[in-house]
Each structure stands twice: as C-alpha cells, then as structure tokens.
Design a protein. Structure first.
Length: 288
C-alpha cells in the first residue's frame, strides 16, 4: 500500500507541476485568467505591475490625518513625494490612492494610523490593502505561495508559470521581475540567497490582524460570524499567516483579552461574536 505523501512531497509537486498554479490547498482553483482592464485613465492593464510603494503609503497615511478628501490627499502627495519628476509624483499619488485609500480618505489606512501611530501595524495593513487591490500579486500570495514552507527554495520557473496561468499568455519579462521585486518588498520573498529566491517569513503584528478582521466582518457594529466564512476569505493569507490554526490562535487571544465578544467551539459549531465596530475598536487603541 502506498503511504500518503508527506507535506514536503506535496510542495515539490506544486513546484514542479504547472497545472497546480493558482490552486488553493484544498485543491480548488481560485485563480482565473485576468481580463484586461477597461482603459479609464486611473487603471493600468492587468498584465502590468507597478513597483509597490510601501514607504510612500506610510507617508500618505500620516498626511491623510486632518484632510477632508482623497483629492486633497492626492494634491498633498504630489507636493510631498520625493521624486524629481512631477509626472512621476502624479502617477505615484494615483497609485497610492488606488491601493491604500480605495475605501476613502477616512478608511482603514488613516484610521489605523490615527489610533496607533505604529509603523509596523501600518505596514501590515498596507500590505493587505495592496494585495487586495492588485489581484495578480494578491492571488500569487494567497494561492501560489501559501502552500509552501517558509525558507523553501523556489525554482526560477515557478512565478513564470503562475503568471502564464493568470494572464492567459506568456508574461512580459518586466512583469515577471516586478512581481518578484514586489513580493520581496512585501516580505514574502527572500532574494538574498545565492541559491535563488526563498519564501520569506512575515512577522505579523496581531493588532493589524484584529483591525483588518473588524474592517471586513464588523465595520459598523458587533455581529456573529461563522469561522468558515473567516477562513474562506484570503485576508489572513495576504497578511502573512500560514495556517488556519494561526487564525484560531489570534482569535482565542482576542477573546481572552476581551477584544471580541466570544469565540465558540461546540460540536460542529465554530463562530466568532464581536463586541466592537472597527471605529470603536480603534478608538480604544486596542492591542494584542
């Protein structure tokens, strides 16, 4: 009788079999070829990837405090960004608003900075916001990198096959390189090894998880959520967690700290009841 494949064996299949790219750990494919975006002046075609601007995103979160609109923030960014070219500053400002302020001037990025003024928490939140706004990179993290172990050496062809599946055609060399550069800037890829790219380790601030969790599942007030709904949302993978047990551990800690109403596991029932809206949670400057 053939024994069940070990975890590392399964990972080697993922690395070697192009058909597995874009598949979730459950074997269901969550990735579909990305259609070309409609040209509207504010969006790039989905086959291109721009450099992620985390440092500039942090600046934007600070600048947003006290401003009344994203238009004011865009104008302020064009004045404050360090790039020499006015056109580059305009382009960067548009990208920053698209990635980090899709929920408006008083969205998660600004609210989190007002509450904590903590760069680590803010970076974790900006990582999540960027990966949600950029589906090619976000799906790569949630579907392509998630099944792999931290520190694993990733073959050079792995990302090329992922992009070919995502785009439905051979990816431009610049898109491939930008994908890997951005993954490195986000912390998911370690490019310092002479042997090649390795999967990086994300040291997630649990307070950032709590803020993002509330922004998704209870932005306006307390509610009860089935844990299955939480786990089916890829936000925790984009934040950098590597297992469902890690999600459960944070929720248990939040329950013990009285930052959620209760976390219930009984028979086949597993659910979370919150006790704050996002705004109330941040107003308390609650930390884990």
């Amino acid at each position: 009788m053939t024994s069940a494949p070990k975890k590392n064996d399964k990972q080697m299949v993922l690395l070697e079999d192009g058909a597995s790219y874009g598949s979730s750990p459950t074997g269901r494919s969550d990735l579909k070829p990305s259609p070309r975006s409609k040209a509207d002046g504010s969006r790039r075609e989905r086959k291109t990837i721009q450099d992620v601007l985390l440092r500039e995103g942090l600046l934007a979160a600070r600048l947003a405090v006290g401003l009344a609109s994203t238009e004011q923030l865009q104008e302020k960014l064009q004045q404050e960004l360090s790039q020499n070219s006015a056109e580059t500053r305009r382009r960067y400002a548009r990208s920053i608003l698209l990635w980090f302020f899709g929920d408006g001037i008083d969205g998660l990025a600004r609210q989190a900075w007002q509450a904590y003024e903590d760069e680590q928490i803010e970076r974790d939140i900006l990582r999540y916001l960027y990966l949600t706004a950029e589906p090619i990179v976000g799906n790569c993290v949630a579907n392509c990198l998630f099944p792999l172990e931290e520190g694993m050496l990733i073959p050079a062809t792995y990302f090329e096959r992922y992009l070919r599946n995502a785009l439905g055609e051979q990816p431009p060399a610049k898109t491939l390189e930008r994908l890997k550069m951005n993954l490195a800037k986000l912390g998911f890829l370690d490019r310092t090894s002479p042997q090649g790219d390795r999967l990086g380790r994300i040291n997630l601030d649990k307070t950032a998880f709590l803020a993002v969790f509330h922004s998704i599942f209870c932005p306006a007030g307390p509610r009860t959520v089935e844990l299955a709904s939480v786990l089916s949302n890829p936000f925790w993978k984009r934040l950098g967690l590597k297992s469902e047990q890690a999600v459960r551990a944070i929720l248990r800690e939040a329950d013990a700290a009285h930052l959620i109403g209760k976390y219930v596991v009984a028979d086949q029932l597993e659910q979370v009841t919150t006790c704050f809206s996002l705004r109330d949670l941040l107003k308390r400057r609650a930390r884990l």
